[in-house]
Design a protein around this ligand. Structure first.
Ligand code: AP5
Length: 225
């Protein structure tokens, strides 16, 4: 397989960011997280960030016209030439259609869509206890399942750990409703294309990682025959 073009799909809190951080190390591909890109815009107080923040805080999707152009431009950048790992995009069929059209234009195709499945109640437990590094949002912890060595301090760079604004229970429940209504239809969408691979997100983060790696290794092997 010359390039690995991957999507991480799953409800909020399934562990997409956690797995992306590990896979990025394995395969040296850019981790393209729409959530992280939007939060960077919010922090920089750009016009786009100010518009996005209203939707994010409410647990709603940011309008397609803001997101689609940003991602299509990002996957055409040099560092994504040999592959990319999309996390948080696409989130509805309009975004999936736009991605398909952009890949076709670039004469590229999706290698796999990695679906991490986790029930709603587990999502609430995970997100309520999640803490993220203020300096690097890829450094993700959980107060119970994956605590840092020192309370409130990132193991990797010593920065402060914070709770995301949208990790309040009411917002988490709204994000779940939005996921089931708008994003879950992508499961059938990619299943019918034959690119969907399912993973049990209730396993430990290490086990999920091992299984994804094994699946990607098999995909690469299949392509050599
Ligand atoms: P986004 O940032 O994409 O959030 P999300 O999809 O809701 O996903 P999360 O980041 O909350 O969860 P995750 O699956 O990455 O889980 P994590 O690894 O952190 O989007 C935020 C908002 O931005 C959206 O609501 C929307 O407004 C907007 N937006 C973004 N993209 C958009 C788009 N394309 N279109 C429109 N709007 C968009 O893990 C969660 C916790 O669980 C952590 O504490 C972790 O330590 C723990 N954990 C992970 N794996 C395990 C495990 N196996 N066992 C036990 N604990 C685990």
């Amino acid at each position: 397989m010359s390039e690995l073009n991957l999507i991480l799909l799953g409800p909020p809190g399934a562990g997409k960011g956690t797995q992306a951080e590990r896979l990025q190390g394995d395969f040296r591909m850019p981790h393209i997280s729409t959530g992280d890109m939007l939060r960077a815009q919010v922090a920089a107080e750009t016009e786009l960030g100010q518009e996005a923040q209203r939707y994010m805080t409410a647990g709603e999707l940011v309008p397609d016209e803001v997101i689609i152009g940003m991602i299509i431009a990002r996957i055409a950048e040099d560092d994504a030439r040999d592959g990319f790992l999309l996390d948080g995009f696409p989130r509805n069929t309009e975004q999936a259609d736009a991605l398909a059209a952009a890949l076709e234009k670039l004469d590229r195709r999706l290698s796999a869509v990695l679906l991490i499945e986790v029930p709603d109640e587990e999502v609430v437990r995970r997100l309520a206890g999640r803490r993220v590094c203020v300096k690097n949002p890829s450094h993700i912890y959980h107060v119970e399942f994956d605590p840092p060595k020192r309370d409130g301090v990132c193991d990797q760079d010593g920065a402060r750990l914070i709770q995301r604004d949208d990790d309040q229970e009411e917002t988490i429940r709204r994000r779940l409703e939005v996921y089931h209504a708008q994003t879950a239809p992508l499961i059938a969408y990619y299943d019918s294309d034959g690119v969907l691979r399912r993973f049990d997100g209730l396993r430990s983060a290490d086990e999920v990682h091992d299984r994804i790696r094994a699946t990607l290794a098999t995909l690469r092997l299949e392509e050599t025959f």
